[in-house]
Design a protein around this ligand. Structure first.
Ligand SMILES: [Zn+2]
Length: 241
């Protein structure tokens, strides 16, 4: 196949543009924020589940506390009633003795219940603290996710702009190359990791970085400048400079 020197040089420009587009697409797919966002999301989910458990625990101990408060109130009320009967002075001596005995029993019960109430209050405080810490952790994670999303969107926009620019450059250079050469380039490129054309630098193919032997180099040099040369090693289009 033959192609003008200018077509061949434009083909190298096309290759540079395509390489830049591939590299930008690769960066787009591998933005570090992508993985970080996924990791933060996972931690947020875990944190949410743990918070739900802690909130349920707090609700349970709060019910226990209310129950305990009611029990203490009931006993305290009964003591007050008994004391009122005592001070009324209407009871018989036998009744008075019974009431005093009941008050003593109730006071013992009251003291036990108050100890229990105190223990539950401590549990409620600990559960509240746990919930507050978890809520603050979760808020921190959500803030981090938001910031990462902004960073990701900014980086994505930048790269997309770069790709759009390169695509417009591609549109400009494409008509400057013969269709036949472009077709060959596209075919070779699809089989060679996105690189279809490379420069011959000295005696080395810039595509596969393999040096040509002296005989091959001499043969290539002797060819007409419009002859389309292919690398013997990687089969890429070799453009001589
Ligand atoms: Zn090569």
């Amino acid at each position: 196949m033959k192609a003008s020197v200018s077509d061949q040089n434009n083909l190298i420009d096309l290759q540079r543009i395509d390489t830049a587009i591939s590299s930008a697409n690769h960066r787009l797919k591998n933005l570090p924020e992508h993985e970080l966002i996924a990791a933060v999301k996972k931690r947020s989910e875990e944190s949410k589940s743990a918070l739900e458990v802690a909130e349920a625990e707090l609700a349970d101990v709060s019910i226990d506390l209310r129950r305990s408060e009611v029990e203490v109130e009931t006993v305290t009320d009964r003591i007050k009633k008994d004391e009122a009967r005592l001070s009324a002075g209407t009871a018989s001596p036998k009744e008075l003795e019974q009431i005093q005995h009941e008050i003593a029993t109730l006071q013992k019960r009251q003291s036990e219940l108050e100890d229990g109430e105190l223990e539950i209050m401590l549990k409620v405080d600990a559960a509240k603290e746990k919930v507050a810490t978890m809520q603050s952790d979760l808020a921190g994670l959500e803030k981090m996710e938001l910031e990462l999303n902004i960073r990701y969107e900014n980086a994505k926009t930048e790269i997309e702009k770069e790709i759009a620019l390169k695509n417009s450059e591609r549109t400009l250079v494409l008509p400057k190359i013969s269709q036949e050469l472009v077709e060959l380039y596209e075919k070779v490129r699809s089989q060679n990791g996105g690189v279809g054309a490379a420069l011959l630098l000295g005696n080395m193919c810039d595509g596969c970085r393999i040096e040509m032997n002296a005989i091959e180099l001499e043969r290539v040099r002797a060819l007409d400048s419009e002859e389309v040369v292919r690398c013997e090693e990687c089969r890429r289009i070799l453009v001589r400079i």
